[in-house]
Design a protein around this ligand. Structure first.
Ligand code: AVI
Length: 327
């Protein structure tokens, strides 16, 4: 029997139970699914960082260039800015790019970093610590809970700017994105601001290369979900029996990632009380990445009671940064 990994902290036990429950629930749906948030174990996070370096995945580079070019203006548009809160800071380099673009000298800033992963918080903190005149507070929490904690410690000195970058909003379906933005708005006070990065609709060929790259890194990122199920839930997925597939769904304006069973096979996942039979060609839908038009982003933010301050787009890479304030 292969070794499985037992969770050791209380938080890990809760996460493990949620993973088992979600695998049991989502793999039994038609079509079969797995939530994309489970991509990000240690290997999945490293593979995602590698994806960000791929020449075919423009999101990270385009966003970093917009932050460097417009960072000074972004920060100056928020009156009395005293606090930054990044939801999902990744390596911390986007926030560092933004702050480094500020006017000098600038006011001291408190930077709150929110992530469920302690490893991500550790990496981002080390990056942000290279900046002058910042105090760092980390929140190992969901985005909603971490923002609530940061707001509760809110500064009497001035306003907050929340950051939700990397087109992470695109991994929510439209009702989920609306609900999430309303939750963020509820944690902010009038005059606080939010900066959102969104990938824009572009030619299908470019989108498919971004999500099915010639080096196979995205395929490994997708199939690692099965590796994680095998390790953490004692599953017996034959990882080579599933192929990576990316499709552009133009009607719903999203790139979908799937895992396709290459043959008839049965899979057992004892810790999720599950046995599944797959027919050849049967799929597991693992992720949606919604792509927008710039006006759709504005409308989505306005529905959540934000008012537009500015929007910057990279027309070549088709990426937008949108700055709004809580009204
Ligand atoms: C994190 N998220 C915005 C990425 C995206 O583009 O949807 C995750 C990803 N999936 C495949 N490649 C990258």
């Amino acid at each position: 029997m292969r070794p499985s990994v037992a969770p050791d902290s209380a938080a890990e036990r809760v996460e493990h139970e949620a993973f088992a429950g979600d695998v049991e629930y989502y793999l039994a749906l038609t079509p079969r699914q797995l939530p994309s948030r489970y991509f990000y174990d240690a290997l999945g996070s490293a593979l995602f960082e590698a994806i960000c370096e791929l020449p075919w995945y423009p999101i990270t580079r385009a966003e970093r260039a917009l932050l460097a070019r417009h960072g000074r203006e972004i920060l100056s548009r928020v009156d009395q800015l005293a606090m930054l809160v990044e939801l999902g800071p990744g390596s911390g380099d986007k926030l560092a790019t933004l702050v480094a673009a500020a006017e000098t000298p600038r006011r001291r800033l408190t930077v709150h970093l929110v992530d469920v992963s302690p490893a991500a918080l550790d990496l981002a903190s080390r990056t942000v610590a290279t900046l002058d005149a910042v105090d760092i507070v980390t929140h190992q929490a969901t985005y909603e809970a971490g923002l609530a904690e940061a707001s509760a410690r809110g500064s009497a000195r001035g306003r907050a700017l929340a950051l939700f970058l990397g087109s992470n909003i695109g991994n929510f379906d439209p009702p989920g994105a609306d609900e999430f933005l309303r939750t963020i708005r509820a944690e902010l006070v009038r005059g606080d601001a939010l900066l959102v990065g969104t990938d824009l609709v572009k030619p299908e060929r470019e989108l498919l290369l971004a999500y099915d790259d010639p080096l196979g890194v995205t395929a490994a990122f997708n199939r690692n979900l099965l590796v994680r199920i095998n390790r953490e839930l004692d599953g017996d997925f034959d990882v080579e029996g599933f192929a990576h597939r990316a499709v552009w769904n133009a009607v719903d304006s999203r790139v979908e990632m799937h895992l396709v069973s290459t043959r008839r096979q049965s899979v057992r996942v004892p810790r999720a009380s599950l046995e599944v039979r797959f027919e050849p060609g049967e799929t597991i839908w693992t992720e949606s990445s919604y792509k927008y038009e710039p006006d759709e982003v504005k409308a989505m933010l306005e529905r959540a009671s934000f008012g537009l301050l500015a929007q910057w787009t990279d027309e070549r890479a088709r990426f937008a940064l949108t700055l709004v304030e809580a009204v």
